[in-house]
Design a binder for this molecule. Structure first.
Ligand SMILES: NC(=O)c1ccc[n+]([C@@H]2O[C@H](COP(=O)([O-])OP(=O)(O)OC[C@H]3O[C@@H](n4cnc5c(N)ncnc54)[C@H](OP(=O)(O)O)[C@@H]3O)[C@@H](O)[C@H]2O)c1
Length: 290
């Protein structure tokens, strides 16, 4: 069992840190809003720290799951950042969805400090984190990945190293590109069913078993039809992710016309006040327009 720190107790981080504790690791958590860390420590019996540096002191592994590039910089760098507290040889594993650029930057900064950095973004949603069955796509040096994999096992169903540093984040971009058009397609199908006077539940019960089936369809149709979007993966985060994908495509020349269009649809959802709604709220946008 290892000494592990976990930084960021949001929708994903809170249950992930809980799985580490349940697996028997010695876990110290840090959260910007300390009340959440207090709640976590009371619920799981682990320790809490008031800064990332304090949480990381003495840890063999430091995991993070915060918001965006700047949030990740703020928990890693600077006087109170985790890198300042970590002992040489310790491994930082980042589960945040961020750009490949900040990953390059932190991989290099970690090297200078005698640390390792593994990019390890996640997929599987809130339920995947709560049930400990996330998909984790990783980039980084092979020995660091090999050491970290058994720790991530506490909350993953599949964990793979795709390549060198940044490969995990680029794989996550593929994931988000694949999801964007798919969720819009699902929203349009449910919208059409409603307009055609069909019972949406009956429609999905049949078509989810055929070629149109998907994780989004199986896991989201009930809440979509019930107009319930106060859960899951926030639209604000999705726009952050699609922005990362579109920037990367500008650099590597990939053509992402549908991703760009769906990004604009999510802008409409934000205007409806849905920045924190689940990404399946593309359906609510169609209902609002018609
Ligand atoms: N939710 C999903 O289904 C899902 C799925 C896959 C990947 N992701 C990715 O995982 C990451 C976290 O998502 P989430 O849904 O767990 O987000 P969330 O619920 O909004 O939680 C974000 C966490 O980051 C902390 N944080 C944000 N900015 C910070 C800063 N500057 N310094 C320190 N801590 C900071 C927040 O602290 P406070 O408590 O103080 O706000 C909170 O603990 C995102 O990159 C997201 O894109 C999410």
């Amino acid at each position: 069992m290892a000494k592990v720190a976990f930084l960021g107790l949001g929708v994903m981080g809170y249950p992930m840190a809980g799985h580490l504790k349940a697996a028997g690791h010695d876990v110290t958590v840090y959260n910007r809003t300390a009340a959440k860390a207090e709640k976590w420590a009371a619920e799981h019996g682990g320790a809490m720290a008031l800064t990332p540096r304090e949480a990381a002191a003495g840890a063999e592994f430091v995991m993070s799951c915060v918001g965006n590039d700047d949030d990740l910089r703020s928990v890693t760098l600077g006087a109170d950042g985790a890198f300042a507290g970590m002992a040489k040889g310790a491994i930082f594993v980042d589960h945040t969805t961020v750009s490949a650029r900040v990953t390059d930057e932190l991989y290099a900064a970690a090297k200078v400090a005698g640390l390792s950095f593994v990019d390890a973004p996640i997929s599987g949603g809130q339920a995947g984190a709560e049930n400990g069955v996330l998909s984790i796509m990783c980039g980084g040096d092979q020995p660091s990945y090999d050491a970290a994999e058994p720790i991530m096992d506490a909350y993953s169903r599949i964990c793979r190293r795709i390549g060198d540093s940044g490969a995990g984040q680029k794989t996550k971009m593929c994931n988000q590109i694949a999801i964007a058009g798919l969720v819009q397609g699902l929203a349009e199908a449910l919208h059409f069913a409603e307009k055609a006077g069909l019972d949406g539940e009956s429609v999905v019960e049949v078509i989810s078993q055929g070629a149109a089936g998907s994780w989004q369809m199986s896991n989201r149709y009930k809440t979509m039809l019930a107009d319930h979007f106060d859960h899951g993966f926030a639209v604000d985060w999705m726009r952050k992710d699609l922005g990362i994908c579109l920037d990367a495509a500008d650099e590597n020349g990939a053509s992402l016309p549908v991703t760009a269009l769906v990004d604009q649809f999510y802008k409409d959802v934000q205007k409806l006040g849905g920045g924190r709604w689940d990404t399946s709220s593309l359906f609510k946008r169609l209902r609002a327009m018609n």
